[in-house]
Design a protein around this ligand. Sequence first.
Ligand SMILES: Nc1ncnc2c1ncn2[C@@H]1O[C@H](COP(=O)(O)OP(=O)(O)OP(=O)(O)O)[C@@H](O)[C@H]1O
Length: 350
Amino acid sequence: MQQKVEINGQSRRQMQKAINEKKKKSRDVTGQEDDADDDDDVSERNCPGIKSKDAGKASACSGCPSQQICASGPKGPDPGIELVQNRLEQVKNKILILSGKGGVGKSTVTALLSRALAADDSERNVAVLDIDICGPSQPRVLGVLGEQVHHSGSGWSPVYVDDNLSVMSIGFLLSTPDDAVIWRGPKKNGMIRQFLSEVDWGKLDYLLIDTPPGTSDEHLSATTYLSEADLTGAIIVTTPQEVALLDVRKEIDYCRKVGIKVLGVIENMYLFVCPCCQKLSEIFPATTGGARRMCEDLDVTYLGGLPLDPKIARYCDEGKNFITEMPNSSITDSCKNIIKELAKYRKETH
Ligand SMILES: Nc1ncnc2c1ncn2[C@@H]1O[C@H](COP(=O)(O)OP(=O)(O)OP(=O)(O)O)[C@@H](O)[C@H]1O
């Protein structure tokens, strides 16, 4: 039989009842809970959503700081969707860069592809939008760390890496690169909406959108706001290991569920380039056939592989342009082949 635990003569259940009673009294007097964290969790979990007819009126809304706004706000589609659609009208090809796992090289691949697209044709205008709110890497990888963005009548001006390559990232808005961004979903959502609707990109041929790993708040926000903006599709970056491929399958499933076309998969670090003899070796052997096999199984295009080359990491850390400085490297060749593959989906320029 379970032993009854008593503290100061009270059972656990009696104590819990007393605590709940105390909380209720405190809420009746102040309109707020004692424990702010509990309050946050409960109201977020039961939030009816801003589009609901119960927005601002449900019991979970009581005490929420947004209650009044939600109760009085217009219901229906988020007006941000139309703003994004209008702003991105002059952007022909909009591509999300996704990965199931972190650290597989998504930001590196985004930067390499943007550099390759820009270097391939000086008349082509390319931009990168970094929506990895908590871990923005593009300012460093594209060599524009410490630059500032400016606000004008027509919106935020992106930072120019080259005449035909620009970038926008939350990294430009932080006072130091070491500042941590600790935001909940709604605040990230607001920032992504601003990035998509307020950056003055001008006419663009390609906008590559670098996302955090997985399928989190940032992905849902971007997917919602881009829903009417004629999104071209998504590229998924992975490494050959089964543990990474497992998450890629989830990412592909996510894309299919939310109606995003999967343009293809890029297998990063699939071979190792020895810095001494340039010999290629397989250091992450694909136990189940790697990304190529998975693409066949799931009927997705295998866009190509990029070898693991220590020079890449150095060039990215230093913000240098690997594509133009190492034109004969196998990585540069692979990037050129990938952008040729992407051309199949390209919408013609203006
Ligand atoms: N092909 C490659 N060869 C050598 N190093 C690479 C290669 N691809 C990526 N790296 C290095 O691996 C590290 C992680 O890359 P990166 O930051 O691009 O990954 P990520 O998937 O964007 O990470 P996160 O999940 O944090 O967004 C970086 O140091 C990068 O320079």
